[in-house]
Ligand binder design. Structure first.
Ligand code: HEM
Length: 452
């Protein structure tokens, strides 16, 4: 272990990850037990080098180094093999676009997520949460993961396009999206690129789902463009957006790619975190009781709406703490566009940099008792203890999640609406282990609803 210093005069600990194998480097550990492997690395250094096949990759384990990466999007740009595999699915939208194009795209998409728009989307959230609460039956076991996925797919689809076509479109999104997420993950994890070309039923289902979604989005974009009406939804905002710098808008293809990106980025993430929240609440009866007391006091049996969100402080803290322990985006990547220096160490151009909120959120010293579920660590008087750059469920810098407020609002309303009517009981014998897939999921999570 060496201790190089950077321009600031600080000394950083640099280390190389152990258990490297010829040719594959650390790919076996990242594929088989990524969470255990990655969480073992901060003890070794502030910056740890690993190898994914022959490629060098770097894991910054100190929040200051993470910030340096996230705040310099020109040098630490999007890229790498995973992003390249996402391109045929997502096209050139916010997630896949490079630094120069991303700035223009972000200016154009941002208005769709302004506060006034979120208030309108919250109407859809309220409606869908109430419908979900009505659909549960006492004692009938449900898979919480599937339920939350259906809820967030319907909310996102309806917030994106609120047209009369909605019932059909929403059902299509609900059907196709899980197939797409699974297929996209398998493709991302396949270093050879061969998997996608095998004539497997899963591949046929993925291709068909992709084609259906592409056709659906193209059709709706065309309809909206022809009608020119602002329906208050995300798609209307995307079509109306004009760049303040050059006055131009987005082409139909660009709008299509943004819609696909929003669906892929917004549904599974929020659903995974909500699923973890139900699991954590069932395992922590005192937190569950406080949540119930809050929703009963604030709502008195009403379905919550946008105006209730600021008064649901404990509910929000439960979700914030869930995102700390189980951040859906457990790892995201950057690629260096030029040789650079990080933590006093020289990084070549084309190096992968891995940012893992899961690792940072569980590093001793950054959070008191990091393994403990403690929603009150987010009370205003205690939240100041959390150092800048230590809490990253939504990323940071210019590529920070554009849907963070949307997701927080949706999750707060979902927890409050469902917990005001139901308590979810674990099914005995269920073993829950985090699975680091496209997002950090709990796998199948059977639970039994009990009326409150
Ligand atoms: C709890 C829910 C969510 C979590 C944990 C989450 C997490 C993240 C993270 C970590 C990033 C940054 C990735 C990176 O830096 O490479 C990101 C980006 C993004 N997210 Fe989210 N997200 C959530 C909800 C949503 C929702 C609801 C939407 C849309 C409706 C959304 C749309 C996006 C988009 C479009 C980007 C790319 C932004 C850009 O590069 O400009 N996300 N998200």
């Amino acid at each position: 272990m060496r201790t190089p210093s950077d321009g600031s005069g600080r000394h950083w600990r640099f280390a190389r990850a152990p258990h490297r194998r010829p040719l594959i480097g650390h790919a076996h550990l990242l594929a088989r037990r990524p969470l255990e492997f990655l969480t073992s690395l901060p003890a070794l250094g502030d910056l740890v080098e690993l190898r994914i096949g022959p490629r060098p990759a770097y894991l910054p384990c100190h929040p200051d180094l993470v910030q340096q990466v996230l705040l310099n999007a020109r040098v630490y740009d999007t890229g790498g093999p995973v992003k390249e595999k996402a391109r045929p699915i997502l096209g050139n939208g916010l997630i896949t676009s490079d630094w120069a194009d991303h700035r223009r795209q972000r200016r154009l998409v941002q208005p769709a997520f302004h506060q006034a728009r979120i208030a309108a989307y919250a109407e859809v959230m309220r409606d869908e949460c109430a419908a979900r609460a009505r659909s549960w039956h006492t004692g009938r076991v449900l898979d919480v993961g599937d339920e939350m996925q259906a809820l967030t797919a319907r909310v996102t689809a309806r917030a994106l396009f609120s047209t009369e076509m909605a019932p059909h479109s929403v059902a299509e999104v609900q059907r196709s999206l899980p197939l797409m997420v699974r297929g996209a993950y398998r493709r991302a994890m396949d270093p050879t690129g061969l998997y996608a070309r095998l004539p497997l039923p899963a591949n046929r289902a993925f291709d068909a789902a992709l084609r259906r979604l592409q056709a659906l989005i193209a059709g709706i974009v065309g309809d909206y463009r022809r009608s020119g009406v602002d329906r208050g939804d995300v798609l209307s905002a995307l079509l109306a957006a004009r760049d303040e710098e050059d006055g131009g808008g987005m082409s139909d293809q660009e709008v299509h790619d943004q819609v696909m990106t929003l669906l892929l980025a917004g549904v599974e993430t929020t659903a995974s975190a909500l699923t973890w929240a139900w699991h954590l609440l069932a395992a922590h009866p005192e937190a569950e009781a406080r949540l119930h007391a809050e929703v009963d006091g604030v709502l008195g049996g009403r379905t919550p709406g946008y105006a209730d969100v600021p008064r649901l402080g404990y509910t929000q803290r439960v979700f914030t703490e869930t995102l700390r322990l189980y951040p859906p985006a457990w790892m995201y990547t950057r690629m260096t566009t030029e040789p650079t220096e990080l933590g006093g160490h020289r990084l070549p151009a084309g190096a992968d940099v891995l940012i893992s909120p899961y690792v940072i959120h569980r590093t001793p010293g950054l959070f008191a008792r990091p393994a403990v579920f403690d929603p009150d660590r987010w009370l205003p008087e205690r939240a100041g203890e959390v150092a800048r750059g230590s809490y990253l469920p939504f990323g940071g810098g210019s590529r920070k999640c554009i849907g963070d407020v949307f997701g927080m609002t949706e999750a707060t309303l979902a927890l409050a609406a469902l917990a005001s009517r139901w308590r979810l009981r674990p099914v005995p014998g269920t073993v829950v282990r985090p699975r680091a897939e496209m997002s950090l999921t709990a796998g199948p999570l059977p639970m039994r609803p009990e009326p409150r």
